[in-house]
Ligand binder design. Structure first.
Ligand code: FES
Length: 66
């Protein structure tokens, strides 16, 4: 699903950025361009990003415990 229409950024793009180590919204914005025009996507993008970071942390704990 598109989260940022202006820049064509999807929820999958946001999850991928989190999985690749982005931890701050500024990093997400820098690598995707998200939020750089009208800014209407910022709130939804942040919620998806926070959830994706949490899942990425949980996955890293699973792999480090094995
Ligand atoms: S919808 Fe993301 S900047 Fe406009």
């Amino acid at each position: 699903m598109y989260v940022c229409i202006c820049k064509g950024v999807t929820d999958r793009d946001i999850v991928a950025a989190a999985e690749q180590g982005a931890t701050r919204m500024s990093q997400l914005k820098e690598c995707t361009g998200l939020g750089s025009q009208c800014g209407k996507c910022a709130r939804d993008a942040k919620a998806i990003f926070n959830e994706a970071k949490q899942q990425a942390r949980e996955m890293s704990h699973l792999f480090s415990a094995a």
